[in-house]
Design a binder for this molecule. Structure first.
Ligand SMILES: [Cu+2]
Length: 123
């Protein structure tokens, strides 16, 4: 993480704390498969994003961008685990390289959150 980005993150955290406990009720990304910033040995068939809160499928979504900056088509988005895990399938045989996942989520309390992470498919 670069220094300006870190500073921004710290600032955002301070603002969030300043707003009080409410800020912690949003749907934050808790974990993902493939793991955020992780490397997988084989192309994944699906992505799982697990949030801290139940989310609304209709107003939540994921955009996947491949190594060639091309959009990776996703399909069959559904919720599991008490609506906290968003699962979607990606085409089989994703080629090796770096992928970027941009997500947005509307939690059941009506708050919108978004973020992004990357994962790498090993050659
Ligand atoms: Cu909230």
């Amino acid at each position: 993480m670069t220094k300006p980005l870190l500073a921004k993150t710290v600032l955002a955290s301070l603002i969030a704390v300043g707003l009080g406990g409410q800020a912690f009720a949003h749907a934050h990304l808790k974990s993902a498969v493939p793991a955020a910033d992780g490397t997988v040995q084989a192309p994944p068939a699906e992505l799982d994003l697990t949030f801290s809160e139940a989310i609304n499928l209709k107003f939540s979504g994921v955009t996947v961008t491949g190594p060639d900056k091309a959009a990776v088509p996703t399909d069959g988005a559904m919720l599991m685990d008490g609506d906290t895990t968003l699962m979607l399938s990606v085409p089989p045989g994703l080629k090796a390289g770096a992928y970027r996942v941009d997500w947005h989520a509307l939690s059941k309390d009506g708050h919108v959150t978004k973020g992004s992470y990357g994962f790498t498919v090993k050659p």
